[in-house]
Write a protein that binds this ligand. Structure first.
Ligand SMILES: Nc1ncnc2c1ncn2[C@@H]1O[C@H](COP(=O)(O)OP(=O)(O)OP(=O)(O)O)[C@@H](O)[C@H]1O
Ligand SMILES: [Mg+2]
Length: 213
């Protein structure tokens, strides 16, 4: 399965979620390829830190900020992997557009703030374009950095906001704002590996992954 974690809005947690999904799938034995489609190479850096520390499983990771290269490479290598997870950068880019037409799923993280919700309209138009050449692209919006305190209201409001953007299906598996995500990322780890273990972060990530796969 090819999943793009993308949003034209920056800083919503794309890299964090892409790295966590890739590692979680590798932990259960899948052949995973993480593609960094962002010129900032954040995902690639996290995976480099991981491999320099010798953490297993190792994650195959490549950087293709150029859309044409990304498209050509994914088409060539797709049969070799169970899962390809693409972290597309935080803007409309050739990499994001190329990733969209290759993907089975686009997962769009957004934060529970007005600007993020408005930005869904922006990426929705890219999804329309991709669907005109790529039938069956599923588009899921998921809340990230949701407030750990106000459980249900956040979620309900987010679901209602996404309902206004018909291109998306809202996934009721939010990731909440937890230090474990940022601490783990800095060490090239997923929250599943990070110690001290954050059980809530583990459960949230697993819930998201089980709905995706
Ligand atoms: N659920 C979370 N809880 C706490 N911190 C988080 C969470 N998700 C992301 N972060 C932190 O928020 C910041 C932005 O996340 P990240 O880099 O993954 O976003 P991004 O969408 O990839 O950004 P960019 O658009 O710059 O590529 C990082 O410092 C990350 O550690
Ligand atoms: Mg990023």
């Amino acid at each position: 399965m090819i999943i793009t974690v993308g949003n034209t809005k920056g800083g919503v947690g794309k890299t964090t979620i892409a790295v966590n999904i890739a590692i979680a799938r590798a932990i259960i034995g899948k052949d995973v390829w993480l593609i960094d489609g962002d010129r900032q190479h954040t995902a690639q850096t996290a995976i480099s830190i991981r491999s320099e520390s010798g953490v297993e499983p190792g994650i195959s990771c490549a950087s293709y900020p150029d859309g044409n290269t990304l498209r050509a490479q994914v088409k060539q290598q797709v049969g070799k992997f169970d899962d390809i997870i693409i972290d597309a950068g935080g803007r409309d880019s050739t990499a994001l557009r190329a990733a969209l037409v290759l993907s089975d799923i686009i997962l769009v993280p957004f934060q529970p703030r007005s600007y993020d919700v408005w930005a869904l309209e922006d990426i929705a138009s890219l999804i329309d374009e991709a669907r005109s050449v790529r039938d069956g692209l599923k588009a899921y919006a998921v809340l990230n950095c949701a407030d750990p305190g106000t459980k249900s209201t956040d979620n309900e409001e987010a679901a209602a906001a996404v309902a206004d953007v018909p291109q998306f299906e809202y996934l009721p598996t939010p990731l909440r704002r937890r230090k474990a995500y940022s601490n783990a990322a800095g060490q090239g780890l997923s929250v599943l590996e990070y110690k001290p273990r954050d059980n809530k972060a583990n459960d949230e990530l697993k819930a998201l992954i089980s709905i995706l796969f």
